[in-house]
Design a binder for this molecule. Structure first.
Ligand code: SF4
Ligand code: SF4
Length: 228
């Protein structure tokens, strides 16, 4: 089994960079043996996050505002990635419900960027057609982007109608509609802004960039032949 090397940051390095206390320990380079598939390497190539640096102290989970109602805690997700449990790491709802608040990153002694890791896992999951059970966030994201692509901005009523039809949550939150109408939060006629051709160009560029990044990530994980 061939090990890969990983440089673990100095403890307190982030604080020192910000002009605070000096590092409590120097950076060290360790050898890590492959466990499971190349998922950790793919995540690292796609996001720069370094799941293999995690030593499971659970500080991320104790500060995460989403962990209490999610199906996984942040440190558990990192462990799934470390051990290459692809189905569980891609098919959970936690990766979609993470709010990218960065609380975990600021608490982590190893500076593991869990929100960046979650972004990478979402992209890999979508590419591989892995459905996340028990969450409507991927559907909401799709409809949101479709609306922006079409109009250049959000039209709340059409967004809500599409979301309700696609998720079959027809009556959810309907009690809030009268107050929102009366306060002008749900305009019947939405605006269109900007030029359609420019919007299309932006979306095409974003799709091409995502495809290129996916190709790079696969190439990197193939070259490394192991998780990192
Ligand atoms: S805080 Fe960092 S090192 Fe600790 S469990 Fe979370 S990701 Fe791992
Ligand atoms: S960024 Fe995501 S995983 Fe980290 S604390 Fe916030 S919600 Fe939790």
């Amino acid at each position: 089994m061939t090990p890969v090397t990983e440089t673990l940051p100095a403890t307190g390095a982030a604080a020192a960079q910000a002009g605070g206390a000096a590092p409590q320990s120097a950076a060290v380079t360790v050898e890590i043996f492959e466990v499971g598939g190349g998922l950790a390497a793919e995540v690292r190539a796609a996001s720069g996050a370094s799941p293999m640096a995690c030593y499971q102290c659970t500080k991320c989970s104790s500060g995460c505002p989403v962990a209490a109602r999610a199906d996984l805690m942040p440190h558990e997700l990192v462990r799934l990635v470390q051990t290459g449990q692809r189905g569980s790491a891609l098919g959970n709802r936690f990766i979609w419900e993470c709010t990218s608040c960065h609380t975990c990153v600021t608490r982590c002694p190893q500076q593991v960027d869990i929100p960046a890791m979650n972004d990478a896992l979402r992209e890999i999951g979508r590419r591989e057609g892995v459905a996340a059970k028990g969450t409507a966030v991927p559907v909401f994201n799709e409809i949101f982007l479709e609306t922006v692509r079409k109009r250049g901005r959000i039209h709340e009523i059409s967004l809500m109608a599409s979301f309700k039809l696609r998720t079959r949550r027809l009556l959810d939150d309907m009690d809030k509609a009268p107050a929102m109408f009366s306060k002008g939060k749900l305009p019947l006629l939405g605006e269109r802004v900007g030029e359609k051709a420019k919007r299309e160009q932006i979306f095409r560029k974003a799709v091409a960039a995502a495809a290129a990044q996916a190709g790079d990530a696969k190439g990197t994980s193939g070259q490394q032949g192991g998780s990192r």
